[in-house]
Design a protein around this ligand. Structure first.
Ligand SMILES: [Zn+2]
Length: 280
């Protein structure tokens, strides 16, 4: 009796563990399980990336005005359908020096719901959905995005291959403003307390592919937060600028390390490895 119960319990625990791991891979911004996803990029320049999802919308020009006032560039993860509806605003984003990323064509949820009542996106479905957005963005703005953000941050099996086929890097976030549901004070407080150097901030300049949106709470929060970030010495920019800052940090770290080795300086980790092997 016990011999048949134990494997069943172990099997159930394994399945539960696997299910939880997939759930985490689907939802956790830092998980790499289902697709490579950048949620933050440590760098020595106090650089952060400011990103906006779901645009362009009729309200995007007010955001562009605010960003211009602070001379800040940002990354806009746009939906192809919104670009098609408002191509002049998509072009205005690019002309103002901002970066465009891909947020699918129709704000598609790529992962299944818990009820499993929706069709599952295959890898080729994902490629098609993402390619439609790439093509539409390129057609209207001349930009072929290099970064992709899955709607709701939800990733699923097949996205790894889809990102590879389209040559786009997955990007999530380290802090999200809940600007679709919170008031300006709560959004601002959350961003002020949770933004760290190397972080990626996610806000919205639209609501999936809806036409009428109200960005007043997000805009007021951002207006309050930008001077605080500036006073803290944080440099706000695009995802690409943040990635470049990370690369510069890695290469300067490598050259510092190699020059120290050239001069016979024993690195701290070498010394520690030496002491731990001596204790054995
Ligand atoms: Zn979205």
């Amino acid at each position: 009796m016990i011999s048949s119960v134990v494997p069943a319990v172990l099997g159930a625990a394994t399945l539960t563990g696997a299910g939880l791991a997939v759930l985490r891979g689907m939802r956790s911004p830092s998980s790499q399980l289902l697709a490579p996803s950048v949620s933050r990029v440590p760098n020595g320049y106090r650089q952060i990336a400011l990103t906006f999802d779901d645009g362009p919308s009729e309200e995007t020009p007010a955001l562009l005005e605010l960003l211009a006032k602070y001379r800040i560039r940002a990354t806009f993860f746009v939906c192809g359908k919104n670009v098609k509806r408002l191509p002049h605003i998509a072009r205005a984003i690019v002309e103002a020096g901002h970066e465009l990323g891909n947020h699918t064509h129709g704000h598609a949820r790529l992962s299944p719901r818990l009820s499993w009542d929706v069709n599952l996106f295959s890898e080729s479905d994902m490629v098609e959905e993402m390619r439609r957005a790439q093509t539409c963005i390129h057609h209207h703005t001349g930009v072929w995005p290099r970064y992709f953000r899955a709607p709701y941050g939800l990733r699923w099996f097949g996205l790894r291959g889809a990102q590879r086929k389209l040559g786009v890097q997955g990007v999530t976030w380290s802090v999200i403003g809940h600007d679709w549901e919170w008031d300006r004070h709560r959004i601002a407080e959350h961003l002020i307390h949770n933004t760290e150097p190397g972080g990626i901030v996610c806000l919205h300049d639209g609501r999936d592919i809806r036409k009428e949106v109200n960005l007043s709470e997000m805009l007021a929060a951002l207006e309050a937060v930008l001077p605080v970030w500036r006073a803290r010495g944080l440099r706000v920019g695009t995802v690409h600028e943040l990635m470049q800052a990370g690369v510069r940090r890695r290469s300067s770290g490598r050259s510092r390390g190699s020059s120290r080795r050239r001069h016979g300086v024993r690195r701290r980790e070498d010394a520690m490895a030496g002491s731990s092997s001596a204790a054995r």
